[in-house]
Design a protein around this ligand. Structure first.
Ligand SMILES: Cc1ncc(C[n+]2csc(CCOP(=O)(O)OP(=O)(O)O)c2C)c(N)n1
Ligand code: SF4
Length: 326
């Protein structure tokens, strides 16, 4: 579908990174695993890759990890009590309150003088962009020191692929059988508008970029937000072996742009620089036609989405030139 990560996509990777040495090769990422065999993720689940690298990056900081998971696939993937596939202390939360629970846990740790724990809230797009956004907005506005991660499979996948605010236009879901009419809600930019110290977008198809963004986030005091596009073979309806390629196609077509906003400074990530700055864009049709959720999409709809992508890329180009967002 697309060629594997080339040298070019690592260009400028030095710009990213948190504490310690910046990883240049996958083999340099710690081999320790905190997502264990026997978890109940579907074959080819890229959300699980995201969680796996998040936990590795957290342990690489030398601090402990406390994971809070909202109601979503990643709760189910832990397995059935008393067994768990996550080898870190984990609290499962109700749908709407992942961020408020994280803020309470962080406040409790602070009151005990504990600064040796990375608090990670992990939730799906339904639990973030729709149901949890109020708690999230409040928690980051209060300045709690935690990392919120939204893994975005662009639907309520755990319960059978209902449409969410993050579902892209024209996608067929069980609640939009004729295709979603509305745009995808842009929560990373909403979070950047809160003026928090760190916001990033990522995709497991670029694991080094993802890993270094986690390290960067853990090195910063205050609220942090990472939004990760995680292609879901079950709901998007593509072969289970194609998740990584699907994420690359999303980035290459400009359907998903990788960037960071650190203390108001916007920085495009290396894989998206060629797309945004050099105009090296794969036609969006290639991405749409590769997924069953877009079955039945018309040429006019493809054209409309292509125009929308070009508009988005223009915004990112201007942001890269301006650098300071706030
Ligand atoms: C208040 C409430 N309503 C409905 C549910 C049922 N439920 C559990 S997970 C889920 C879908 C979660 O979607 P999302 O946050 O996008 O994560 P994903 O399943 O896609 O990983 C739903 C509807 C619930 N747990 N609580
Ligand atoms: S439904 Fe999708 S996101 Fe959920 S566990 Fe399966 S592959 Fe992963």
């Amino acid at each position: 579908m697309v060629e594997v990560l080339g040298k070019e996509e690592h260009e400028g990777m030095e710009a990213v990174g948190g504490e310690g040495k910046v990883v240049k090769w996958l083999a340099e990422i710690p081999a320790d695993e905190y997502v264990l065999k026997g978890n109940s993720a579907c074959a080819g689940c890229t959300a699980m890759i995201a969680l796996r690298y998040a936990l590795k990056a957290s342990r690489a900081t030398g601090r402990k990890t406390l994971l809070l998971v909202g109601a979503c696939c990643m709760v189910v993937c832990e397995g059935v009590y008393p067994n768990t596939a996550y080898n870190v202390p984990t609290l499962d939360t109700a749908f709407a309150c992942t961020a408020s629970m994280a803020s309470g846990v962080e406040a409790a740790l602070k009151s005990f003088g504990r600064r040796d724990v990375n608090v990670i809230a992990f939730a799906g797009d339904g639990g973030t962009v729709d149901i949890g956004i109020q708690a999230l907005s409040g928690a980051v506005e209060r300045g709690h020191n935690f990392l919120y991660v939204c893994y975005d499979n662009e639907a309520y996948c755990n319960t059978g692929m209902q449409r969410s605010g993050a579902t892209p236009p024209c996608a067929r879901t069980t609640t939009t059988p004729g295709g979603k009419r509305e745009k995808k809600k842009d929560v990373p930019r909403i979070m950047a508008a809160h003026g928090i110290p760190y916001v990033a977008t990522a995709c497991p198809s670029y694991p080094i970029d993802l890993y270094e963004k986690f390290k960067r986030a853990f090195s910063i005091e205050g609220p942090k937000y990472i939004h990760i596009l995680t292609p879901c073979p079950v709901s998007w309806r593509f072969p289970t072996s194609k998740g990584v390629e699907m994420g690359k196609l999303a980035v290459r077509t400009g359907m998903w742009t990788l960037y960071e906003v650190e203390h108001g400074v916007f920085r495009l990530s290396p894989p998206s620089r060629r797309v945004v700055l050099r105009g090296d864009v794969v036609p969006v049709e290639k991405y749409l036609r590769a997924q069953g959720r877009f079955n039945g999409i018309t040429d006019e709809e493809v054209e409309r989405i292509q125009k929308m992508v070009y508009q988005e890329l223009e915004w990112f180009k201007e942001a890269a030139a301006r650098r300071k967002l706030w």
